[in-house]
Ligand binder design. Structure first.
Ligand code: HAM
Length: 540
């Protein structure tokens, strides 16, 4: 079996790079006083529909959604069956609430014969056995009472199709498939396609705004979108993201927050060693500005939409802003000719954006303005941005983000303006790998030493030595005493920079033989000096 399309395994030594990126990100977040948040991987589907937006590609096409926990409604099946069979019986006695009798109904027909009935989602061996034994108990009782009445057992289960004939099991139980839907689906759930909605949900649920403080939260974790897989685009991918959110009194709306987040990102990319990025910046205005721009776009699209793709034609009416997300090449010249959002911004939005760019200028963070950058999620207001990198090919966005001043209210929370971003960890890795490949391939990290016990009787001693060296902070690979010396050398050369030979002599004398694969030198090292010796760079 193989990993599902669009998902992949991350293996060493590549995982080392992933860890390095995550560690650097955590260090930078700590310097900017962010704390970590971990939200569940799946959430109520409605959360994403209401925040990311019903009309977006993500919600319309890319979510992994399922109906969770279909519940069998036994009481519904019992009541419907009883209603349908009322005429056959003089009495129908309901046992289910008592629980003492393992039979749901005891029915007595007009001739005084009994029918014991058990209900279930589907027929099971256990139910049939329970029923058969209840029938034989009842028969024994009637015989004792010298009654000539008969007893049957009936096992009724929910059937999605009508008209399935009755069957009799070898135990003499009647199996009846009763037609109808007796299942209730409890909830629609979705694997998170992004993390902002979950963070804001958590902010509301835990009353994080009540402290009056700005909340600065970061996350690292997998996200899921059913996109067409290609380089840099996966169905399970990883994001490192952060959100700054709080009540307006905490300063959450200040353009300084936007500038600080962007400056932090420039620092983070620098600390990661990623060079050559471009920050693209735009403002999509307040909710009112966006509504105005949507009207302007809708009017402009009336004439041109019929020449565009199906999605654009639909969105031209329902959510014209989303037309700007279209990737169909033939539609691009039309999109280029549409009115620009900058012309619909109100004075407040313009002023806010001017303060963001002024702060960036002062801080020396370079950016380019891009009026088409409206981002593919509906919650954005005012500042939006993306950091792109030329080395990534078609999927060139390293990270994206922006402000979402109305998101909390849209999902039933208090007013809590915010700004945040998420970076594609998979794409950071690709960028760094490409950079490292061009800067002369860095050899995969090797262990400091390989310990080769000579003979199986020295395995335990080798384990003790490995433990000692590992506790001294060294990276150690442990061989096996059953290997011939040649095999140990070959294995050691592949995985470590040195080999430490532990033969009977070495074990007795406490003087170990160490060979350095880079310098080719072989030396004798007293055990007490071994850790310090191995800690030196190889080749010296
Ligand atoms: P987004 O632009 O949808 O924004 O995703 C952010 C980043 O995640 C992208 O720039 C990209 O690097 C990465 N990414 C997205 N989809 C994939 C994929 N299929 N495969 C690999 N990487 C991918 C958001 O998710 C927003 N929640 C960002 C945000 C946070 N806005 C405000 N706060």
């Amino acid at each position: 079996m193989k990993a599902v399309r669009g998902t992949r395994d991350l293996l060493p030594p590549e995982t080392e790079l992933w860890n390095r990126i995550e560690t650097t990100a955590r260090q930078v977040f700590a310097r900017y006083n962010f704390g970590e948040i971990r939200t569940p991987i799946f959430e109520d589907t409605a959360l994403f529909a209401r925040s990311v937006g019903e009309e977006t590609d993500i919600v319309e096409k890319e979510m992994y959604t399922w109906e969770d926990g279909e519940r069998f409604e036994k009481s519904l099946l019992i009541s419907r069956w009883s209603l349908a069979n009322r005429e056959r019986f003089g009495t129908i006695e309901d046992n289910s609430p008592s629980g003492a009798v393992p039979i749901d109904l005891e029915c007595e027909d007009l001739d005084g014969n009994f029918e014991l009935v058990l209900f279930g989602a589907k027929p099971s061996k256990r139910s049939v056995d329970v029923l058969a034994s209840a029938v034989s108990d009842k028969r024994a009782l009637l015989t004792q009472l010298q009654s000539d009445k008969d007893v049957t057992g009936r096992h009724v289960f929910a059937s999605p199709v009508p008209g399935v004939p009755e069957e009799t099991t070898p135990e003499g139980v009647l199996l009846e498939a009763f037609h109808g839907n007796f299942f209730k689906s409890s909830q629609s759930l979705t694997l998170r396609p992004e993390n902002t909605a979950g963070v804001v949900r958590a902010y509301i649920e835990h009353g994080l705004g009540e402290s009056g403080q700005l909340q600065k939260l970061y996350y690292i974790g997998p996200q899921f979108r059913r996109e067409r897989p290609q380089k840099g685009r996966y169905r399970q991918f990883w994001q490192i993201g952060a959100e700054v959110i709080g009540p307006p009194s905490s300063g959450s709306e200040s353009p300084l927050r936007d500038a600080e987040v962007l400056e932090m990102l420039a620092t983070l990319l620098e600390d990661l060693g990623i060079a050559g990025w471009t920050l693209e910046l735009n403002s999509v205005g307040s909710a009112a500005d966006r509504a105005k721009y949507n009207d302007v776009l809708r009017a402009a699209l009336v004439d041109v939409a019929p020449k565009m793709c199906g999605d654009c034609q639909r969105r031209a009416v329902t959510n014209p802003l989303r037309v700007l997300d279209c990737k169909v090449p033939e539609d691009q010249p039309i999109i280029e000719g549409l009115p620009k959002i900058g012309d619909s911004l109100g004075d407040d939005s313009k002023q806010h954006f001017a303060q963001v760019t002024a702060a960036l200028d002062t801080a020396g963070v370079p950016y380019t303005l891009n009026q088409r950058l409206v981002r593919g999620l509906d919650y954005y207001t005012r500042t939006t941005f993306e950091f792109t990198h030329g080395g990534l090919g078609a999927q060139n966005a390293l990270l994206g983000g922006g402000r979402y001043d109305g998101l909390s209210e849209a999902i039933g929370g208090p007013k809590a303006p915010g700004i945040g971003f998420a970076m594609g960890l998979d794409r950071l890795v690709l960028t760094l790998q490409a950079q490292e490949a061009t800067q002369a391939a860095a050899p995969a990290a090797k262990a400091d030493a390989y310990i080769a016990p000579i003979g199986e009787s020295l395995n335990a001693a080798a384990l003790v030595l490995a433990r000692e060296l590992r506790r001294a902070g060294l990276r150690i690979e442990l061989g096996d005493g059953s290997f011939r010396l040649k095999k140990s050398f070959e294995a050691a050369d592949k995985t470590a920079r040195r080999i430490v030979i532990l033969g009977e002599d070495e074990h007795q004398s406490g003087i170990l033989t160490v060979k350095d694969f880079i310098s080719g030198k072989q030396t004798k090292v007293p055990r007490a000096e071994l850790a310090a010796n191995l800690a030196r760079p190889a080749g010296e």
